[in-house]
Design a protein around this ligand. Structure first.
Ligand code: FPP
Length: 252
């Protein structure tokens, strides 16, 4: 799928041994993409699904172990009701349509966020996706739906407090590992590369804890136009970064 690259780009520019272990994407710009074409916003979301499918396939081909994507934030409920309904239905139909791909590519599905508040149709299909891919051993695809990072951290604190109250000999220690175990992302590596489309330079309440040392890559391209070549550009840019994790670079 990386044959015939655009001028100046080549898969050979990518070091396959230094891929991000966790690539995360804030998929932004569906509405603007549709408006620019005189289409309803829903057409932008539908085109965004095609981009997500291409991105999933490209990440599997490249061997990226974890891909996560921000599909719906806790703040997105404020959108007009008809767009919320459309998105919830789109999430359900997308998941059903893409299940064969997840089986074929051995992709294991996870969800980040509180699924309790989702409409029954969406929740049931998500549960089906979780059940059917639970024993897959390939790439993890973590979809953030009804997700907010502050709510996630508050929820982790609440759970730890409840465990502490129930524990007779609690040491009083709250380690970073303990917090991480109570996040939706438990078991997943921290984000190495965070890509945001449509030029917005905001984190928008997304994976605040997990992005502590993430490299950010922002492109003006709107999500429906983000293709495998854009992905390759982002990965090459990531490999050009000097990651020090707060330390200093040691040569040698
Ligand atoms: C942001 O564009 C995009 C979204 C709110 C939805 C993205 C969701 C998908 C592509 C499908 C995900 C599939 C599953 C199964 C969860 P925007 O509407 O904020 O664009 P704008 O900023 O231009 O208005």
């Amino acid at each position: 799928m990386f044959a015939n690259p655009p001028e100046g780009l080549s898969l050979d520019l990518l070091d396959r041994d230094r891929l991000p272990q966790h690539l995360s994407i804030i998929m932004d710009g569906n509405g603007r993409w549709a408006q620019a074409r005189g289409l309803e916003r829903g057409a932008g979301h539908a085109a965004g699904v095609d981009t997500l499918r291409e991105t999933i396939t490209a990440c599997v081909r490249l061997g990226i172990p974890t891909l996560s994507a921000y599909a719906f934030s806790t703040e997105n409920w404020r959108r007009p009701q008809h767009e919320v309904n459309l998105l919830m239905h789109l999430f359900a139909t997308t998941l059903v349509n893409e299940l064969p791909l997840f089986h074929q590519e051995n992709v294991r599905l996870e969800f980040l966020g509180d699924l309790e508040d989702l409409p029954e149709e969406t929740r049931a299909v998500f549960q089906r996706g979780l059940d059917e891919t639970a024993d897959h051993t390939g790439m993890v695809l973590a979809l953030a739906v009804n997700y907010g990072a502050r709510a996630e951290i508050a929820r982790a604190a609440r759970e730890i407090a409840q465990e502490a109250v129930a524990c007779e000999d609690w040491s009083g220690e709250v380690s970073e590992e303990l917090v991480a175990e109570h996040l939706y992302t438990r078991g997943l590596p921290d984000v190495d590369l965070l890509v945001r489309t449509s030029g917005e330079m905001r984190l928008s309440n997304y994976l605040l804890w997990q992005c502590a040392y993430a490299e950010f890559y922002v492109t003006d391209t709107l999500w429906p136009d983000f293709d495998r070549w854009e992905l390759l550009r982002a990965l090459i840019a990531y490999q050009g970064r000097d990651r020090r994790f707060g330390g200093v670079k040691v040569d040698g």
